[in-house]
Design a protein around this ligand. Structure first.
Ligand SMILES: Nc1ncnc2c1ncn2[C@@H]1O[C@H](COP(=O)(O)OP(=O)(O)O)[C@@H](O)[C@H]1O
Ligand code: SF4
Ligand SMILES: [Mg+2]
Length: 429
């Protein structure tokens, strides 16, 4: 790392020039028109719903390039909860925003890497229309029905299959999209519909001037083809009921400011569930809530995972939350994954000195001390990362090797991996 903490005029101009070039290229790529084949992919493991591979997400700032996510890889198996844990600023939200393709451009960009997602998207005909599923008779002919059209005329049409709520059904097909390569305008196929996100502060995602019902209905109308207003309302009330709201009809007509923080977060979860997504990303969903409500919301997530038949990516800075909720844990530090394993492995046998530090910072019921343990020192400057272990300046277990190359991922068990030189030694023995 350079000792200097200021940039010369010449350096500033060079950074601006390099940034402009890079951002123009990446923005152009984001807004390109392309055939679907360009962003279709295949999963490495058919049991996964999402595979992130060597993801690099950068911010091009006037001070230099912030490598907020710097080569992150992890997978989410179908029907599982994956926890991402790490101190503030380590790249958790940027990872989530990259998956949703919500990084604020032109400064925030996915520079490289893959985000493969197994979508269950609507099938289309050659004109790009969704294909209804028709009711067939015993010999395979489409049944007919008589309906009244918008002008009041009685017409005979092919009979479309409906679900128990009366919603017309459309053909779907499994497709693997590489989200990192999708043009932004194609993201409607995925965002909100197949992957939904719950943020830390629900008030920022709810519109204060519309009722809860209004906003829930709108989400249905946006993601579900040909849903009527009547059905959207029925669905909204059902979702409010599903997230444990006691009087869903009353809350349907309420405004966001009339609800408590915990209720608002339940509404946000209901909104995320509207299109029956396969993956829910929850970014610190309970951080803004008080402790008892936190526990209730986490219970709700646990319950929902079973009911929606999907997966959850749960982001938090609290290792304790993760231990109770997640099947598998990803520990991030300074834009990298430094340890990963099952929740039991990470909780009972944390290997990386940073994970051990995180564990110690967790408040416990039997703790006699009032204050929290803090990992000493700070995260290195993200613009000027060293090429050795990023944790070195804060680590009390440093060995000679730690001044050398950045540590490789070392296998502790089939499911447990750690990037630390201490374990490379053990592996070689
Ligand atoms: N809009 C932005 N411009 C520049 N840097 C950013 C921006 N947003 C986030 N970062 C940087 O990216 C890094 C990761 O941030 P983030 O993913 O939000 O961390 P957290 O793990 O707390 O969610 C931090 O160093 C942060 O300063
Ligand atoms: S590689 Fe070295 S400096 Fe980094 S965490 Fe392991 S022991 Fe500490
Ligand atoms: Mg965050």
């Amino acid at each position: 790392m350079s000792e200097r903490h200021y940039l010369t005029g010449k350096e500033i101009r060079q950074i601006a020039k390099d940034n402009a070039k890079e951002m123009r290229l990446l923005e152009k790529n984001k807004n390109r028109k392309c055939k679907e084949e360009e962003f279709l992919s295949t999963m490495n493991d058919p049991n996964n719903i999402l595979e992130v591979e060597d993801l690099h997400s950068y911010f091009y700032t006037d001070q230099g390039v912030v490598k907020a996510v710097n080569g992150v890889s992890f997978s989410i198996p179908i029907n599982s909860t994956i926890g991402v844990v790490g101190e503030s600023g380590c790249g958790k939200s940027v990872t989530a925003m990259s998956i949703m393709r919500l990084l604020q451009g032109p400064s925030g960009q996915i520079k490289s890497g893959s985000i493969r997602f197994r979508a269950n998207d609507f099938k289309r005909d050659t004109l790009g229309n969704y294909i209804p599923i028709y009711e067939l008779d015993d010999s395979g002919n489409i049944l007919k029905e008589t309906i009244t059209d918008k002008k009041g005329n009685t017409i005979v049409v092919d009979k479309v299959k409906k679900d128990e709520s009366g919603l017309p059904l459309y053909e779907r097909e499994e497709k693997v999209y590489d989200i990192a390569k999708m043009p932004i305008k194609e993201m409607y196929r995925v965002r909100g519909r197949q992957i939904a996100m719950v943020f830390q502060e629900p008030m920022t995602s709810l519109n204060p001037v519309f009722t809860i019902g209004n906003q829930l209905d709108e989400a249905s109308m946006l993601h579900i083809p040909n849903i009527t207003k009547e059905l959207a309302k029925k669905r909204s009330i059902h979702m409010l009921d599903m997230v444990g709201i006691a009087s869903p009809e009353r809350i349907y007509d309420a405004f966001p400011h009339e609800l408590s923080g915990g209720m608002r977060q339940r509404v946000m979860i209901a909104m995320a569930l509207v299109a029956e997504p396969r993956l829910i990303i929850a970014d610190e969903p309970t951080t803004a809530l008080d402790v008892t409500i936190q526990a209730q919301i986490l219970d709700l997530f646990n319950d929902l995972k079973k009911r929606i038949n999907g997966s959850i990516l749960l982001i938090t800075h609290d290792l304790g939350v993760i231990a109770e909720m997640a099947d598998y844990v990803i520990v991030m530090y300074a834009g990298r994954v430094i340890e990963q394993g099952t929740a039991t492995e990470i909780y009972n046998n944390p290997c990386h000195p940073y994970t051990i530090g995180l564990q110690k910072s967790k408040p416990t019921m039997d703790s006699t001390k009032d204050e929290l343990y803090n990992i000493k020192g700070n995260v290195p400057n993200p613009i000027d990362m060293p090429n050795y272990c990023y944790f070195k300046e804060r680590c009390d277990k440093c060995i000679n090797k730690c001044s050398g190359d950045y540590p490789k991922m070392v296998k502790i068990s089939d499911t447990h991996f750690v990037a630390c030189h201490l374990f490379e030694e053990k592996e070689n023995e």
